[in-house]
Design a protein around this ligand. Structure first.
Ligand SMILES: Nc1nc2c(ncn2[C@@H]2O[C@H](COP(=O)(O)OP(=O)(O)OP(=O)(O)O)[C@@H](O)[C@H]2O)c(=O)[nH]1
Length: 303
């Protein structure tokens, strides 16, 4: 007989929260998407793309892993936005079962050190040296791994590449024994607790960053003004909020070509994601100083 506490082979069910922490750009979102097996968190080569706490769920055999993505730990800026980001990291860590502390293999800078200071005591913290594919001789990594051992009492070291499906499967195997034996929190089909509306704003933000390259500052946000189901169609209206007129120009581009591309690529991806026809309108607005105002942050959904 099946029950909530055992799987079909009689194995006790396990379920737990796994946080992924590290400085910006180490590959946290890439890892989360690979672990869940679907794009949940946006990725780009621009630091600081993840702002929200995002959970992704992977259910396999008797185990359910609930992954929590955290914003890159911020050290360079002091605006209210960054304070809010760091607060999110700390609050995520207080209620997790395992922490994956991610760095780039062979590297450990001042920003990594600051992120390491946030690690909770008394919880298993696994060191994930990522981007192993960029390390030419693995043996070069040994002295570095030794030096990492002196910095923190890591439960395990797991050098890997978030691009390797083999590594992802092995990592799930390593994490499983750390999950407490308890009934699952979510249905087996569940992938994320984020709303479609949220995923829509993330898709648009990703296209925006991918297409505008490095010139656009990170404090650009996307607000969904309308998200309506009309039969088999979704009608979506979104506003990209920037700080300056110059940024508005970058987003719109010559003769509006850039904004057109952002909207068109977003629409195509949204049609795949939502499995529906999508009618998408995207506007751009200037709202100067929003990233410094606590009130504005709240009104756009940041904690
Ligand atoms: N070579 C290599 N690149 C990787 C690997 N994992 C991630 N990347 C790349 O590293 C960059 C940053 O990855 P993200 O997943 O966006 O990093 P993040 O830590 O979530 O960054 P923030 O959202 O800014 O905190 C992207 O260009 C990824 O494609 C890896 O295993 N190997």
């Amino acid at each position: 007989m099946l029950s909530a506490s055992v799987d079909e082979h009689g194995e006790k069910k396990r379920c737990g929260l796994v946080a992924i922490v590290g400085r910006p750009n180490v590959g946290k979102s890439t890892l989360l998407n690979a672990l869940v097996g679907q794009k949940i968190s946006i990725t780009s080569n621009k630091a600081q793309t993840t702002r929200h706490r995002i959970t992704g769920v992977r259910s396999e055999g008797a185990a359910q892993f609930v992954f929590v993505d955290t914003p890159g730990y911020q050290t360079k800026h002091s605006a209210a936005l960054n304070k809010s980001l760091n607060k999110t990291v700390v609050s995520v860590l207080t209620d997790v079962d395992i922490v994956l502390f991610m760095v780039e293999a062979g590297k450990f800078g001042a920003d990594d050190a600051k992120a390491l200071q946030l690690m909770p005591k008394g919880k298993p913290v696994i060191l994930i040296p990522n981007k192993l594919d960029e390390v030419h001789r693995r043996s070069d990594l040994l002295p570095w791994l030794k030096s990492m051992q002196d910095k923190f009492a890591f439960a395990e070291f797991f050098p890997m590449s978030a691009y390797s499906t083999n590594d992802i499967e092995r990592l799930l195997g390593v994490l499983k024994p750390y999950l407490p034996e308890q009934p699952w929190f979510y249905d087996a089909e569940m992938l994320t607790d984020r709303s479609e509306r949220f995923l829509v704003s993330e898709v648009i933000r990703e296209k925006l960053f991918r297409l505008t390259g490095d010139e656009l500052p990170y404090n650009v946000t996307v607000v969904i003004d309308q998200f309506a189901e009309e039969g088999t169609m979704r009608r979506i209206a979104a506003t990209i909020i920037v700080e300056r007129d110059a940024h508005k120009g970058m987003v719109i581009g010559a003769k509006g070509q850039q904004l057109k591309r952002i909207a068109s690529e977003s629409r195509q991806e949204l049609e795949r994601l939502l499995e529906a026809k999508v009618f998408l309108e995207v506007w751009v607005k200037v709202r100067s100083g929003w990233a410094d105002s606590e009130e504005h942050l709240r009104s756009y959904g940041y904690e």
